[in-house]
Design a protein around this ligand. Structure first.
Ligand code: TXA
Ligand code: MG
Length: 328
């Protein structure tokens, strides 16, 4: 494939034409960049898996323009309506029973489909211009860090996709909250910008997957058992450089490791020989900057990236989850 085209937001019609022709276009959302293809074209969706090197049992999120379009790919119900009215457009993905028009390759052959209406104006305009729902995983090679800029996308996927549509850096910085509504008891499959208590206010109690709630220093493997969301298994969202979660501010570890070390911290820290990335004290600000900081550190050929421990509290759930998966 020729080099990937770097399109500006004004070139939206070109991007839409590539999608209608079965091509792959990475596009900005309010969370991270997605790798879009016509969700109703199985051949186009198959190319997403090839470009990402993603295992084909890991299903994709279908990005829709509105609730009506969601209802054409998924079996809509009262709970979905309540959540969508409140949180869409926005960083909330709903897993619902699928409709048959959705190709198997999108759902991993399973009985459900994940749908989301993204809030980014460029994403919304692109879905409307393409005239079809867009299958869109994060626009990175499988297992790597999600991209929050068009440059991140190109670094990972240049030559493997047709185009990236540039909408500047993304706002939320981590992937959407995924909630499974396909059975009687709603389940949180992936924590994200929309928090469990926000969902419970509308749904009543929701079950959680056994991801670490308070412990970020443990193993990066998820407890075994039923596999309601294959993409939540295994190491994920990881930089190439080994990433260590410190039990404290990380400075002792940074000193003792020697070598060329990076430190991600919320504190104003200066350590000789250590590249420090300082992130905001609030959870939303931290999430917004996290992947960009990790991408920068990952380019420096460091021996380790150390991440200082985080405050407790539900607002840190999503960031903890991502860091735990990224840990070496
Ligand atoms: O913010 C986001 O969600 C970004 C932007 C581009 O929308 N997308 C994203 O997609 O993070 P991806 O493919 O990297 O992650 C989607 C997650 C995976 O963990 C996948 O296994 C899960 O959603 N998923 C997709 N369809 C599912 C289904 N039918 N049942 C259960 N889990 C599903
Ligand atoms: Mg991903």
């Amino acid at each position: 494939m020729p080099a990937t085209r770097h399109l500006q937001a004004a070139e939206l019609d070109t991007a839409a034409a590539i999608l209608r022709a079965g091509g792959l276009v990475a596009f900005p959302t309010e969370t991270v960049y997605g790798l879009g293809a016509d969700a109703l074209n199985a051949d186009a969706v198959r190319r997403i898996y090839e470009a990402k090197g993603r295992p084909s049992f890991n299903p994709l999120i279908v990005h829709v323009a509105d609730i009506a379009q969601a209802g054409r790919v998924a079996v809509w119900d009262d709970r979905a309506e309540r959540l969508a009215q409140h949180f869409w457009p926005g960083p909330l993905t709903l897993v619902l029973p699928r409709r048959l028009m959705v190709p198997d390759i999108v759902t991993g052959g399973g009985p459900t489909v994940a749908v989301r209406r993204p809030a980014h104006p460029v994403a919304q305009a692109l879905i409307v211009a393409a005239g079809v729902p867009l299958a869109g995983p994060s626009a990175n090679r499988s297992g790597q860090l999600s991209p929050t800029t068009a440059e991140h996308v190109l670094r990972d996927l240049d030559g493997r996709i047709d185009a990236v549509l540039d909408g500047g850096p993304t706002r939320a910085g981590i992937e959407s909250t995924v909630v499974d509504l396909s059975s009687v008891e709603p389940r949180l499959l992936r924590p994200g910008p929309i928090r469990p208590t926000d969902l419970e206010a509308l749904l009543g109690p929701i079950a959680h997957r056994p991801f670490a709630v308070t412990d970020v220093s443990g193993s990066n493997r998820i407890a075994t058992g039923a596999l309601p969301s294959p993409g939540l298994l295994d190491k994920h969202y990881a930089p190439q450089t080994p990433l260590l979660l410190a039990p404290d501010d990380g400075t002792a570890q940074a000193r003792s490791l020697g070598g060329r070390v990076g430190l991600v911290t919320q504190l104003d820290t200066i350590l000789p020989g250590v590249t420090v990335e300082r992130l905001p004290a609030d959870a939303d600000g931290y999430a917004a900057g996290l992947y960009a900081a990790l991408h920068r550190l990952d380019r420096l050929g460091l021996t380790h990236i150390i991440v200082a421990s985080l405050p407790d509290g539900e607002e840190w759930l999503a960031v903890r989850d991502r860091l735990r998966r990224a840990a070496f």
